[in-house]
Design a protein around this ligand. Structure first.
Ligand code: CTP
Length: 410
């Protein structure tokens, strides 16, 4: 007999905004819907609402100070950070947003949030001027880049008797968003995902190599989005400057040959492969043992072709396996992408024009068209690479995975 699934665990952080009283209603609704809620207040939030309210509603302690020890034998902020499926901050004040954006972990709420690797959802609530303040807007941009999720505030009458943006979203909207995110965490459970990412480096001599401008961001975003859906993810990456997401198997390689050797053992059992790496098509035919000296008359470089890893996977593809390739182009985008899709026997290819503003290498955004083997052609407008990754997962998902289309702002 299957054991019952344990309840989902949500840390509910409450910071100092007049909307703090609504967090009590949210806590109550979440508990009634079967979610285990662990509340944390900031000291100033406790001037608006009482910890006793949250203790009574959730049947859990409601710490404020970083040095409180409400969980015997545990360092509370680490325990909370590690033991939740989702961390929600409702409302998120200007001050808490600023502290999270700048790494100031000075109370239980910010310390736990910054130690947390589960998704973090913020529902900002504040006065219009504070919301529009450039410092807040810069902090929000930072937090979006760091991967925080947001439920945008709405326009309306504020407690300060003004009208404008800054009113925290309705409790109902926040409740639904939390459940949607929790459901999404299981939507790819049991699905084996293999992602290649980044450039490869093909050595020429002990100090030089041939490479390209791939940052790895698109592949890492796909790996992370798949992990957030509960997939079993392996990321095989060439050299990049970005940290791999937590909770996945990570394999670092340098050359195209190393990438091929790392990919093949995982590819056999993968349900879906995202080949986002910009693999070098050629390598220097000879690797000089010593640094090559300049020759006044110039020099020619002999190159040998590398194996096409994705084409190889196309020839070994097992029934039901989904292969997704990427085509970075500077001209004839769709024609080239269709040709690559068909010649490599891909189910999908994600095409992007790397010359377009906001797309391609080393930027945080992308503009892509996803082309399927059955003639589907879906254009995704300019979005962050994380958003593009989430949409790609929705389009190409293998049969074992469930849809989890989200409208959450990020
Ligand atoms: N790819 C691969 N192994 C290679 C080369 C490419 O797996 N040796 C994969 C990439 O990860 C990507 C897709 O194939 O998913 C890119 O196709 P490709 O035809 O190689 O693109 P380009 O190298 O850009 O080709 P071209 O230079 O002809 O545009």
């Amino acid at each position: 007999m299957n054991s019952p699934t344990p309840p989902k665990r949500v840390v509910l952080g409450v910071s100092a905004s007049i909307a703090a009283y609504k967090a009590a209603d949210l806590a109550s609704r979440l508990v009634k819907s079967g979610v285990e809620v662990f509340p944390i207040l900031t000291a100033d939030a406790a001037r608006f609402v009482q910890p006793a309210t949250f203790r009574a509603l959730t049947h859990h302690p409601c710490p404020i100070d970083i040095f409180e020890e409400p969980y015997p034998g545990e360092i509370a902020h680490i325990w909370l950070a590690r033991n939740c499926d989702l961390f929600a901050i409702v409302p998120a004040s200007m001050n808490v947003i600023a502290r999270l954006a700048n790494g100031l972990a000075e109370d239980m709420l910010t310390a736990a949030a910054m130690a947390c690797t589960a998704p973090i959802l913020l529902a900002p609530g504040m006065n219009t001027g504070m919301w529009n303040n450039p410092a807040t807007q810069a902090n929000l941009t930072k937090l979006r880049d760091y991967g925080y999720y947001f439920i945008e505030p709405t326009s309306g009458r504020l407690a300060c008797r003004t009208e404008g943006v800054g009113r925290m979203a309705d409790v109902e909207t926040i409740f639904n968003a939390i459940h949607e995110m929790l459901a999404r965490q299981d939507s790819w459970r049991g699905v084996k995902v293999l992602v290649t990412a980044g450039p490869t480096r093909e050595p020429l001599d002990p100090v030089r190599y041939l490479s390209n401008r791939s940052s790895g961001k698109m592949g890492y975003a796909l790996a992370e989005a798949a992990r957030l859906r509960g997939a079993d993810v392996t990321l095989i990456s060439g050299p990049t400057a970005i940290a791999p997401p937590g909770g996945i198997k990570f394999v670092r390689v340098e050359t195209a040959a190393e990438m091929r050797d790392a990919v093949l053992p995982y590819a056999a059992s993968a349900d879906i492969v995202f080949a986002a790496a910009a693999v070098a098509d050629y390598r220097p035919s000879e690797i000089a043992a010593q640094k090559i000296k300049k020759s006044p008359g110039g020099s020619a470089l002999a190159l040998s072709p590398n194996d096409d890893i994705l084409a190889l996977l196309g020839t070994q593809k097992r029934p039901g396996q989904v292969l997704v390739g990427f085509a970075a182009e500077t001209e004839n985008l769709l024609v080239s992408a269709r040709r690559k899709r068909d010649s490599k026997r891909l189910d999908w290819i994600v095409a992007n024009d790397v010359t377009a503003e906001g797309a391609g290498f080393d930027v945080d955004t992308n503009i892509v068209t996803v082309l399927g083997k059955d003639g589907e052609e879906i254009s995704l407008p300019l979005r962050t690479k994380r958003e593009v990754a989430e949409q790609i997962l929705e389009i190409v998902r293998p049969t074992q995975a469930h849809s989890s289309m989200s409208n959450l702002g990020r």
